[in-house]
Design a protein. Structure first.
Length: 162
């Protein structure tokens, strides 16, 4: 049987994803890439941090009924599951693993391609959130803005790669 996630759970997962993106871009910006690549990674890290702020505000606005558990969870396993889902995302590695992955890249093009995968995954995930948030127009509007931001990230990375 599949149990639906409530709005609070979905926004918590989105917060984990934004943390992962921030960590990746921050680590990538510290690598000896060409200045235009480093500058873009720094800007993207700040934007991911801003996205986290948006989701934090949305989470605070979720009505108690929309944040109520959908299943009995005495051991708080659902939060652990949500974190695990976020950790399956492209940029989910621990900082040491992230450094290893970045160190293993042949050049900045591979880092940009990895970032593009992250942005694509994020867009798909946020569109899924959008589909699940039928009842709250304010949340839907904010999520649409974030989808647009992630698309802009993807466009900037694509342009840079060319």
């Amino acid at each position: 049987m599949i149990f639906p996630f409530n709005a609070g759970e979905v926004f918590k997962l989105a917060l984990h994803l934004e943390d992962n993106g921030f960590r990746f871009y921050e680590a990538a910006a510290a690598k000896p890439f060409p200045p235009e690549i480093t500058d873009l990674f720094k800007r993207l890290a700040l934007e991911e941090k801003g996205h986290k702020s948006v989701f934090t505000q949305l989470l605070k606005k979720v009505p108690a009924a929309a944040a109520a558990a959908t299943v009995w969870d005495p051991d708080n396993e659902l939060d652990q599951y949500l974190k695990m889902m976020a950790d399956q995302h492209v940029f989910s590695q621990a900082p040491s693993q992230l450094d290893q992955k970045l160190a293993g890249l042949a050049d900045f093009r591979e880092a940009v391609k990895l970032a593009m995968s992250f942005e694509k995954d994020s867009i798909v995930f946020f569109l899924e959130i959008l589909a699940l948030s039928e009842d709250n127009e304010e949340s839907r509007a904010e999520i649409k803005k974030l989808v647009d931001e992630e698309r802009k990230h993807l466009q900037r990375l694509t342009k840079l790669l060319k």
